[in-house]
Design a protein around this ligand. Structure first.
Ligand SMILES: [Fe+2]
Length: 207
């Protein structure tokens, strides 16, 4: 039976299995991708918000976007905190470069697609977007060490400390948004459809 929990569990497992990098072949490139993604992700979250009509869900998503954008402090924007962390690597210049145009295109296509989604699809998409958060943090930690940032710097960094905490909140907001939507007559199948698109997005992004 399709339930919210089943949707979340299947998405997490699928993303982990088929979309995330299994081994870190090129840590510099992986971190460059993440640097780009973390700077652009507020746009994707904004696109999701734009599809939703329910004010209670706006409130949940706005909180997530506000956090991503440093809770109003420009120096605390998550993309910037990530750059600060990679500052400790001799590969910094490479990591902060823009990604290649093909990858940029993948992001822009996802943005355009999300902007056309139904409300329920977009609610599912954000759940899939947040689902691998902790797996990605683990991958990033490994990649950072491989480019010469010490483990102590990585684990003690503002970026990691904030994310260990807020990813849980983001995932809970995503879940709560689904609950609100379902109570208001949303379609689980469409939510699931949006989640599946997140799997496709992650797959394209990492491979
Ligand atoms: Fe973040």
């Amino acid at each position: 039976m399709l339930t919210l929990e089943a949707i979340e569990n299947v998405l997490s497992a699928q993303i982990k299995e088929q979309a995330l990098p299994k081994e870190i072949k090129n840590p510099k490139e992986l971190l460059q991708k993440w640097s780009y993604f973390s700077n652009q992700v507020p746009r994707l979250l904004g696109a999701v918000l734009s599809r939703v009509k329910n004010p209670d869900i706006h409130c949940l998503y706005a909180k997530t976007i506000y956090g991503e954008c440093g809770s109003g402090k420009k120096t605390k924007v998550h993309g910037r905190l990530f750059t600060k962390l990679t500052n400790n690597s001799p590969d910094l210049d490479f990591i902060v470069q823009s990604v290649d145009p093909e990858l940029e295109q993948i992001f822009e296509e996802a943005l355009a697609h999300v902007s056309q989604m139904s409300q329920d699809e977009s609610i599912g998409f954000i759940v899939g977007l947040e689902a691998p958060a902790y797996d990605i943090l683990d991958i990033l930690k490994k990649a950072l060490v491989l480019v010469g940032v010490t483990e102590k710097v990585v684990t003690g960094s503002e970026y990691m400390l904030i994310h260990e905490q807020v990813e849980k909140e983001h995932q809970e907001s995503g879940h709560e948004a689904m609950e609100i939507a379902i109570k208001n007559g949303s379609d689980l199948n469409q939510i699931n459809q949006g989640g599946k698109y997140a799997v496709i997005f992650w797959e394209k992004w990492w491979n």
